[in-house]
Design a protein around this ligand. Structure first.
Ligand code: AOF
Ligand code: ZN
Length: 387
């Protein structure tokens, strides 16, 4: 039964999808005598928290009710907090018991919410559906601990691992069902990123068209500012959502022209190849509060992110076509022997339309941190005597 209520809280959390960043998606359910009496979620950055909404929405007195939350209730220890602390509200309302899926990895919380509830004599259980709750908030877990965005590489490839024909044509390798899924991902991510060669070759829009949802930032890595000024990314209704990253000292006239036209150009150091240095790009994105990035190509970009280990998750969509000689999804990684090849962790596969999706993580622990694992040793906390 507990499982059922936490599942509902996880579903509710999704309602904030695309709007809460860099805050997490959070859902909460209030239960009395086996019935749900209140539901809530965090709808948007800066707005009400899930627990507060669940309590306020309750149709009957909440005293003694059980609360199921997908994240540890927050504490007043968070600097510049925009909403009242949920843990205090829970104590004030005399909630009878709290079930939490994962602790809050925010360094200003990290267990303090559980501690406060305990001190007030409220029993707490942590860890119910923790995996699902983590999967829901991967970008938040990385960003709040590391200040850098969660990077997800999305590759659409033929069975023989090509992402375009020899002439550069890539429309379309995957079918409508796969492309719709990618649009849903775009709506969930803070930004979509491509290399300038893709901007030149495909003139993509990188918008959310096949589903509804918010428009993410569109980032172009363009060390020498080669992007054509009539690109759709610079001229359509979302031009204000385009950010170009150039390297070192890009051509000054083009830089001035783009900036005069109102385009946002960020300049980061060049790496040894003269490309925009990825670690600095990611740091700068973090400073802009961009907590998640979907990388959509092309091959040079995928290769650079993989070679420099600058990604968290990789999803390859294999479409049932064979191109033969064409453009490889991924270029030189200096792998040497198979033992030196990059192997993904926590690999999963599923299908959508005619595609097989294979996905995995480069290093889950490095991406999400160790902190969440503490919830596995928290049961001792649920005995008030432990404090
Ligand atoms: C919760 N429930 O629904 C969310 C939480 O500035 P504020 O007041 O919105 O606080 C933001 C922080 O609160 C955020 O960094 C994270 O630690 C926590 N998010 N906590 O109890 C919620 N969204
Ligand atoms: Zn809160």
């Amino acid at each position: 039964m507990s499982h059922h209520f936490m599942k509902r809280a996880l579903e509710l959390a999704q309602h904030g999808s695309g709007f809460t960043s860099p805050n997490p998606l959070v859902g909460a359910v209030l239960v009395k005598e086996g019935r749900i009496i209140g539901e809530g979620y965090h709808p948007r950055f800066g707005e009400q928290h899930a627990e507060a909404m669940a309590i306020s929405s309750a149709r009957e007195p909440v005293e003694g009710a059980e609360l199921f939350c997908t994240l540890e209730p927050c504490t007043p220890t968070i600097p510049n907090k925009k909403t009242p602390a949920c843990s205090l509200r829970i104590i004030r309302e005399k909630i009878g018991k709290v079930h939490i899926a994962t602790l809050d990895p925010n360094p200003h919380v990290q267990g303090k919410g559980v501690e406060a509830l305990h001190r007030a004599g409220i029993p707490v259980e942590v860890g119910l559906m923790a995996r699902e709750a983590l999967a829901l908030n991967e970008p938040y877990f990385k960003f709040i601990q590391q200040g850098k965005p969660f990077i997800h590489l999305k590759i659409a490839a033929s069975l023989d691992g090509r992402i375009a024909a020899a002439n550069g044509d890539s429309r379309w390798i995957t079918d409508q069902a796969a492309r719709t899924l990618v649009h849903r991902w775009r709506a969930r991510y803070d930004a979509v990123l491509i290399g300038v060669d893709t901007a030149i070759c495909d003139d993509p829009q990188l918008t959310v068209r096949l589903c509804s949802g918010p428009q993410p930032y569109r980032i172009v890595l363009d060390s020498r500012l080669r992007i054509p000024e009539n690109s759709r990314l610079l001229r359509d209704q979302f031009a204000a959502k385009t950010i170009i990253f150039a390297a070192g000292e890009p051509p000054p006239e083009k830089l001035a022209r783009l900036r005069r036209a109102g385009m946002r150009v960020e300049i980061v150091p060049a790496d040894e190849q003269g490309q925009t240095a990825l670690p600095q790009v990611l740091e700068q994105l973090g400073r802009l509060s961009i907590s998640s990035v979907l990388v959509e190509g092309g091959s040079k970009i995928f290769t650079a992110f993989i070679r420099q280990r600058c990604f968290d998750k990789l999803s390859i969509f294999y479409a049932p076509l064979i191109i033969g000689t064409g453009r490889n999804a991924i270029g030189e990684l200096n792998t040497g022997a198979i033992a030196g090849a990059m192997r993904l962790e926590r690999v999963a596969h599923r299908s959508i339309g005619n595609q097989l999706i294979i996905e995995g993580y480069r290093n889950y622990r490095e991406s999400l941190g160790n902190f969440w694992e503490k919830d596995l040793c928290l049961p001792e906390l649920s005995k008030p005597s432990a404090l």
